[in-house]
Design a protein around this ligand. Structure first.
Ligand code: KG4
Ligand code: ZN
Length: 442
């Protein structure tokens, strides 16, 4: 992997990097063989240390997680044993209302205004200072570059000032792994559906950092479909469109409106395409309808959209079980997984197939710092982290941000031409990077 420059012994490492206070690392890790990454502006995602951290040491880790990939500025402090010491989220509700969605430049400015107090509040609520931290974890992709940069700058600033190791986190892996914090029985391999504002992802999680992508989004993710529908219906977007539709749908009849959903056309590209919904009622007029009619639209939209997910999940789980018959769990996470109707329907699918559904609590399904800190802990204990940024890191350093960064490799049968055409400027997947560096270690 680019930037990995060689293998150093522990002594050589300390000799070469005397200026680092790596005492925290040395307490936590008995390094024997280290892969070192000398371009400090990059996140290596490499197998940095070939030895795992002992479980007693893992329990003592304290990691700050920072998340700014989209429109939530979030930070949290989590202990290695899974104890959440604090959690702070600042949403951009006013901007969502004003623009009806995320406007990158506005979102960046809002992150910049919030990031200092969000991280400081996370430390204060945990009754800690940055000196007490073992490491900093920060989302480096996928997401909006302008927004990712704000979190990465802050994470590196803290890591540099307090000489802390830093872990670059994949946002969708964080949505997945937070389920292992909330359900400590959840072992690999498992199946996961990740549903957010930017992605629908169906993955087989073989192991930490090793994912097979069974299905992904070509156009709108389901969260975006919820947001657009809420906007069309003129609903209050302050908590984003999803919760607004979920609430209104409770008052409506889910069978009252006929939607034409064209997802069956795409089964051969399974399960890549999120449904295109054609309503018989022109949605441009929807916001002027009375509440009862809008509730019927919300309920019918939700039924059809989730039915689409159900179909896709059933097929993908069938594939996954062929590859890994030992799978017992079906994780559903990401913002849309906080929806009670979605959870109930997918719970039924899991039961029918004989799997157990694992859904993190709603506050850990939507974007948060806990999932980032926890993913940092999982990788840290496997030895995957970067050293503290150098004290003299220039202000204009080009950071390693990965706006388009797949989680895993695509399952051959699920590949579609439409998706292959959208590969431009895509970063190699997390799984291929980790597997590449594991080979280098052999
Ligand atoms: O994971 P997330 O917080 O941010 C992204 O990574 O995108 O997901 C945000 C998405 C938004 O589209 C929002 O409308 C949707 O999750 N969402 C919901 C609910 N809560 C949030 N969708 C349906 N029902 C909900 N209760
Ligand atoms: Zn998310």
């Amino acid at each position: 992997m680019a930037g990995v420059t060689g293998t150093l012994t522990n002594t050589a490492l300390l000799h070469s990097f005397k200026q680092f206070t790596l005492s925290k690392l040395r307490q936590l890790h008995q390094h024997r063989k280290l892969h070192f990454h000398l371009n400090f502006a990059n996140f290596s995602t490499t197998q940095f240390n070939s030895h795992k951290t002992h479980s007693a040491n893992v329990d003592n880790l304290i990691v700050l997680g920072i998340e700014t990939s989209c429109d939530d500025t979030a930070a949290a402090v989590v202990r290695g044993n899974g104890e959440i010491l604090s959690q702070v989220v600042s949403t951009q509700a006013d901007l969502l209302v004003q623009y009806g969605g995320v406007a990158p430049k506005m979102a960046e400015e809002a992150h910049s205004r919030a990031i200092d107090w969000v991280t400081q509040s996370a430390l204060d609520k945990a009754n800690l200072t940055a000196k007490d931290l073992s490491a900093v974890a920060v989302t480096i992709g996928p997401g909006l570059s302008l927004c990712l940069r704000v979190g990465v700058c802050k994470g590196r600033e803290i890591a540099r000032s307090f000489q802390l190791p830093i872990i670059g986190v994949h946002h969708m892996e964080a949505h997945t792994l937070v389920a292992r914090l909330t359900d400590r029985n959840l072992q690999f391999p498992f199946m996961a559906l990740l549903i957010s504002g930017g992605h629908n992802l169906l993955i087989l999680a073989h192991d930490l950092g090793h994912y097979i992508q069974l299905g992904t989004t070509i156009d709108d993710a389901i969260g975006e479909a919820y947001d657009k529908t809420a906007k069309w219906l003129g609903l209050d977007m302050r908590r984003s469109g999803g919760p607004a539709i979920e609430d209104l749908a409770r008052e409506g009849d889910p069978d009252s409106i006929r939607f034409k959903v064209r997802f069956f056309d795409f089964l051969k590209h399974f399960p890549s395409h999120f449904c295109t919904i054609d309503a018989e009622i022109p949605l441009s007029l929807a916001s002027s309808l009375d509440r009862r009619s809008r509730a019927d639209i919300a309920a019918s939209f939700q039924r059809v959209a989730v039915l689409h997910l159900e179909e896709r999940c059933e097929g993908a789980i069938e594939w996954a079980l062929k590859m890994e018959p030992s799978i017992k769990y079906f994780v559903v996470s990401g913002g849309v997984a906080s929806n009670q109707y979605v959870r109930a329907r997918l719970d039924q699918i899991a039961k029918n197939i004989g799997l157990q559904l694992v859904c993190p609590p709603p506050s850990l399904c939507t974007d948060n710092g806990v999932m980032v800190a926890w993913t940092g802990i999982e990788h840290f204990q496997m030895g995957r982290f970067d050293p503290p940024p150098p004290a003299d890191e220039p202000e204009d350093t080009v950071y390693d941000l990965r706006p388009r960064w797949p989680l895993g490799e695509e399952y051959a049968e699920g590949k579609s031409e439409a998706r292959s055409m959208r590969k431009a400027r895509m970063h190699p997947s997390l799984t291929s990077l980790i597997q590449g560096s594991a080979k280098q270690l052999l």
